[in-house]
Design a protein around this ligand. Structure first.
Ligand SMILES: [Zn+2]
Length: 200
């Protein structure tokens, strides 16, 4: 009998220890979940801008990722059918004339797109209306590849955008392609003066 009292006390102590231990585990688990949730929220937020660019001449593609935190940009280039064709058939090397896509992707740390922002007022925007394969065909049918190169370079000129000449030229090239490339390409009459000024 004398031993029964201490045994009950021990048992109560043990239960309290277990309860305290359980509470600690719950607190740690809740804290961990909170940290995971906050971290996930942070990683899901806007971490970088993804901007596609293409060379107006050869259509090599480039993707720029700019961190919204550090401001640093890392770029990745990707060959297209036209860039490979141009290097082999026209020029080994040239200075790329980069034109940006009118759309910028907003991405999180996981690389997922969480939004887009549009800016249609970008020089060279019209070149995006031609696929790399369409551009190869234009090069192949144009009166001289370097003349075509000069025309595509002119499309990226800031004044082409300013004067709204870029869309007119690209539409005219597409009409020419749709006609089966009949005769030589002729610049729209209203743009001939502009092209003489910028096409060099
Ligand atoms: Zn290029």
């Amino acid at each position: 009998m004398t031993l029964s009292a201490p045994t009950q006390v021990d048992s109560r102590d043990t239960q309290e220890n277990h309860a305290g231990h359980r509470n600690k585990i719950l607190v740690v688990a809740a804290t961990s979940l909170g940290i995971v949730f906050i971290t996930h929220l942070f990683l899901s937020g806007h971490a970088a801008n993804r901007l596609h660019q293409t060379c107006a001449i050869c259509r090599l593609n480039r993707v720029d990722y700019t961190s919204t935190i550090t401001g640093r940009t890392r770029s990745r280039v990707a060959e297209t059918s036209c860039s490979a064709w141009y290097r082999e058939k026209s020029e080994d090397q040239h200075d790329h004339v980069w034109v940006r896509s009118p759309t910028v992707g907003l991405v999180n740390f996981y690389g997922q797109t969480i939004g887009v922002s549009d800016n249609d007022e970008t020089p060279g925007r019209a070149i995006w209306l031609l696929s790399p394969n369409q551009q190869i065909e234009i090069y192949e049918h144009f009166d001289g590849r370097l003349e075509a190169k000069a025309l595509f370079t002119a499309l990226a000129h800031p004044e082409a955008w300013d004067d709204r000449a870029d869309f007119s030229i690209v539409y005219s090239l597409r009409q020419w392609a749709d006609s089966g490339f009949q005769r030589s390409w002729q610049a729209p009459v209203e743009l001939r003066g502009w092209l003489t000024q910028h096409n060099h």
